[in-house]
Design a protein around this ligand. Sequence first.
Ligand code: GDP
Ligand code: MN
Length: 392
Amino acid sequence: MNIHEYQGKEILKKFGVAVPKGYVAYSPEEAKLAAEQLFAEISSPVVVVKAQIHAGGRGKAGGVKLAKSAEEAFDIAQKMLGITLVTHQTGPEGKQVHRLLVAQGMNIDKEFYVGITLDRATSRNVLMISTEGGMEIEKVAEETPEKLLKIQVDPLYGLQGFQAREAAFFLGLEGSQFNNAVKFIQALYKAYTTIDASIAEINPLVITKEGDVFALDAKINFDGNALYRHKEFIELRDESEEDPLEVEASHSNLNYVRLDGNVGCMVNGAGLAMGTMDLIQLAGGRPANFLDVGGGASPQTVEQGFKIILSDKNVKAILVNVFGGIVRCDRVAGGIIQAAKNIDLKVPVIVRLEGTNAEAAQKMLDESGLNLISANGLRDAANKVQQAISAA
Ligand code: GDP
Ligand code: MN
């Protein structure tokens, strides 16, 4: 689960990570009040108005602006709220701005990068440090890998003092800047593990002319599988930032990820779902989604799955691939038939059922008189998908 920058900063602050003062604003009036408040509290001559969307690259896209007065913050907010920002992370459709962060302006001396995530290759958390702050870190890793230091963290010992110092050395810091950076990195790591984040990324981390270290930006992703341990974070979810079909699927406990292909698929089990997506590709189609309906595949989940797949206008055919292990194939076929009667299936549905009572299931589908095409095995399923999309 992703959250907004201002929410991430509020969490990090509780762990002792230094963040600039700031307030969230939903309207130009609130932005003006926030700016007035900040000018009263701090000595900075500027505040920064930042679009809050679940994507980076806002700076270049016009989503980060400086204001020298509360009136100017009002004007900027008026222009920024409601616009659709297109950045290199939003995709061409962009994201609409509904909230702003009005924050204390910083007297920036240097901009660095610090990120923590799980390295799946080593099964360890990795701390990443770069002097190239404010840049796309993927580009830095690709083009100038010597400018990105990666430190693997032992899960038993956690981030060690010498590792945090190694990171601060890499940034070329000395004196109080060095000490502040070490403290910052240790606090960030503590936050990352305690809240079960999957990413904690600060880009840029800045050193001010006064020698202070601040997180100027914050990207926090939570590990969805650990969210049950953090009920306090669930309310931070902003569904307006997510794909509407994925939101709907998550409410019916379906494991659905939207893709941009033309063949929808409904499968029980994540591994089989991945294999099915390969199968679709092999048949000359492109998967429109990943959908794991789980072991049970009840009539209700099947029906809900069809509805979500069909809400995607790119879908020209659907492949149902279910292995009847825990659940019998004839029961799944019954569920599919019932669901197909309840909803208007505008596209051909190819059904491959394998396992207990597969033959009986195939017979039920063939005799249903519905737009259901039974397939016998994977090859047959691939051929039938191919026929369906070339006919569409
Ligand atoms: P992103 O582009 O979405 O990653 O948004 P950031 O929060 O990283 O901001 C982009 C850039 O705006 C930063 O790299 C800074 O150069 C600049 N910026 C952000 N906040 C401030 C600030 O308080 N003062 C100044 N001078 N620049 C800022
Ligand atoms: Mn950033």
